[in-house]
Design a binder for this molecule. Structure first.
Ligand SMILES: [Zn+2]
Length: 194
């Protein structure tokens, strides 16, 4: 009997986008502005070899702010799939209304997917049959670390984006590394010990 091979591992590493796999630039509004780190594909390959699914979870409120369209983001995502080979990219295009402001569909709403909410993590778990046991959330901002903590998974702060000098809140990640490659090398050395 041939066992059907599962398409993705159950283990998962969630990655923020800007400052993690590409340069942090406050808002990346055009495909041409998306500068993918040269080590990003290599790091993702290491995660895959170690049996992790790799899923990008990103806040893209520039869409709600009218700075770029969802079509433009889809183009950026295609480039990331092609060059970095992540398994999925889930994004929140929303922005909560300011105080006194009314919600305006489709984008100015109080959603459950904007980090530090865990809506996109839950969506990924359902979509790809993932377990959060041994999962990591990797990002460069306090909201990324909070997202991981809200989902009760391990958190990794990278200094390749805003880094620890720009943490908006007093928050303690489980690990701090210079960049994604350094985290990949750490996991590789640890093997199953983590
Ligand atoms: Zn949202």
């Amino acid at each position: 009997m041939i066992l059907k091979k599962k398409k993705m591992g159950n283990k998962v590493i969630f990655l923020d986008r800007d400052g993690v796999i590409c340069k942090e630039k406050s808002y990346v509004t055009k495909l041409e502005q998306l500068e993918i780190f040269d080590y990003a594909a290599k790091a993702v390959r290491v995660f895959h070899i170690l049996g992790y699914a790799v899923i990008v979870i990103t806040n893209q409120s520039g869409i709600a702010r009218g700075m770029f369209s969802e079509d433009e983001l889809v183009k950026m995502n295609s480039k990331i799939y092609k060059e970095v080979k992540v398994d999925d990219i889930l994004y929140c295009p929303h922005l909560p209304p300011k105080q006194g402001e009314k919600e305006r569909e489709p984008y100015i709403i109080k959603c459950t997917c904007r980090k530090p909410n865990t809506g996109l993590i839950e969506q990924a778990v359902r979509k790809h049959d993932l377990t959060l046991n041994g999962a990591f959330f990797v990002g460069d901002r306090a909201s990324d670390i909070e997202t991981g903590q809200n989902a009760h998974i391990k958190t990794v702060l990278l200094e390749s984006g805003y880094g620890s000098t720009r943490l908006e809140k007093d928050i303690t990640p489980d690990y701090i590394f210079n960049d994604l490659m350094e985290f990949a090398e750490f996991l590789q050395e640890k093997g199953n010990a983590i």
